[in-house]
Structure formats: C-alpha cells, structure tokens
Write a protein that binds this ligand. Structure first.
Ligand code: HEC
Length: 241
C-alpha cells in the first residue's frame, strides 16, 4: 500500500487551528517537540549522508529516513515540513545526493510555500520501531528493555520524552493508513483507528511525563510505556500477519 500526504497543507491546517484531533502530535509540549526536532534533523542528516557514502550497505536506512521526514512534517512548522518533504521526494527518486543536500537545509529551512508530496508505505512508518542496526530508531527495544519481565523496570525521562515525541506523530499517521485487512469492513477500520488513537494518547502522556525531567514519576513512566506497548501489541495481534 502506498500513500501520499500533503505535509505542507497539513502543517498549514495545524497553524490555522483546523486540526481538532484529541491527542494529536500538535498537542505535544512545545519544548519536547523542539528537542525531538533537533534530534530528528541530526539523525536524518546522518542517515542521508550514510546512504550517499555507501548506498548498498545503507539502503536499509531509507524507510527510517522517510519516517523522519513524516515526523518532521507534523511539527507545526510549514517551512520545515516543506524542506523535509523535499528530502522525502529525493529519496523516492533515489537521488540520494539531493536528499542529503536537502537534509543539510533542515536547520534553516526556507519557506517556499510549495506543497511537495512523496510516496511512503506502512513499512516506512513502522521503520523507527526497528533495531538501530536494522535502520530503525530502536524504539521497540527501548520500550521492551524497560518493561519486559527481564527488563530494567526504569527509563530515563529524556529517553521516554523522545520516544513519545516520535510515536505520537507516527500514531496519527498510522491512523490514516489502515492496511488491507483493516479495510475489509467498517468495524475493522474502526478497530485500527482505536489502536492508533490509544497509541497517540499513551505517546502524549509519555512525552508530558518524560518532559518533567528530574521531577518525572518513574512509576508513571513505566505504566505509560506499558500502555503504549499494549496499543502496539493489540494492533499487531489483530492486523499484522
Ligand atoms: C494500528 C495498528 C498498528 C499499531 C498501533 C502499531 N503497529 Fe506496528 N505494524 C502494524 C502492521 C500492520 C505491521 C506490518 C507492516 C507491513 O505490512 O509492512 C507493523 C509492523 C511493525 C514492525 C515491523 C517492521 C519491519 O518490517 O521490520 C515493527 C517493529 C512494529 N510494527 C512495531 C510497532 C511498535 C513498537 C508500535 C507501538 C509503539 C506499533 N508497531 C504500533 C500495525 C500497527
């Protein structure tokens, strides 16, 4: 399945206050979004540079790079969204040099007012959850390391904050991309949407609690991570082959 999203258009909609999702990425604390955006830009620059340097070895980074483009497109900054989608379009065309060059411009994006679209699929959106060595952002492992029976039972607030600030926008995007099974009837589509919204809600809570830094409640962080993890598993049990 492929989808195209007018990121710039959606960013403008957010600015205009047209977006009334209950737990959307736009509701995340500004400070958390700022920190996550800085981390995402650095990672996207590194991924695109690595792809240019050794394309054969680093092609596995392409889905994760596309996901970072999507995440940056949700942060409520139209110029950043436009610049990010330029990176996405170049990745789609397999012009990796152009992608890396456009990624360099992310720190001071020039608003061109052009709505760029690019193609991505659910596999791209799920890429950040994979292990770092598989081109992901290690999100699933970070969650499991904290909450599984053999896990540490704790997580750094800043790590939790960054996970939430990434999974919240991904949840909103997943919500718009029901897979074939979720499209078989409206009840199935509603289930898909519910799991996505559960994921968005837990992600937002995680970002908020993690954003408290030293004052974050360690128990609440773990309880919220478990809620987030349940939203993933519930959807996988129902919809993933
Ligand atoms: C609403 C449904 C839904 C939610 C919520 C969801 N997923 Fe998924 N996930 C899927 C489906 C469907 C696939 C298979 C995608 C495909 O066909 O490529 C998948 C694939 C994956 C993959 C495999 C990617 C690969 O091919 O290597 C990972 C890892 C993953 N999900 C982790 C997560 C984590 C972690 C969360 C929660 C933070 C999550 N998912 C939330 C539906 C969901």
């Amino acid at each position: 399945m492929t989808a195209t999203l007018r990121l710039l258009a959606s960013a403008i909609a957010l600015v205009a206050g047209l977006c009334v999702l209950t737990a959307s990425a736009a509701d995340l604390p500004k400070e958390s979004q700022k920190k996550a955006t800085a981390a995402d830009i650095l990672t996207l620059q590194k991924y695109t540079e690595d792809i240019v340097a050794e394309p054969a070895k680093n092609k596995k980074l392409i889905p994760g790079a596309k996901a970072l483009v999507l995440i940056l497109g949700t942060r409520g900054d139209p110029a950043l969204a436009a610049q990010a989608t330029t990176v996405g379009k170049a990745l789609e065309k397999k012009d990796y040099k152009a992608a890396a060059a456009a990624a360099q411009g992310l720190l001071s994006p020039k608003a061109e007012g052009k709505a760029v679209t690019f193609e991505y699929d659910l596999n791209d959106v799920m890429a950040p959850f994979r292990l770092t060595r598989s081109g992901g952002l290690n999100i699933e492992k970070d969650i499991k390391d904290a909450i599984s029976p053999r896990g540490t039972g704790k997580i750094e607030p800043a790590v939790a904050e960054l996970i939430g600030a990434r999974t919240a926008p991904l949840a909103d995007i997943i919500d718009t991309m029901p897979n074939d099974k979720a499209k078989t009837n409206s009840a199935m589509t509603a289930k898909w949407s519910k799991f996505s919204k559960d994921m968005a809600k837990a992600s937002k809570e995680l970002t908020e609690e993690g954003g408290k830094g030293d004052k974050a409640d360690p128990k609440k962080l773990i309880a919220t991570l478990k809620k987030l993890d349940a939203s993933c598993s519930n959807c996988h049990n129902e919809f993933r082959d």
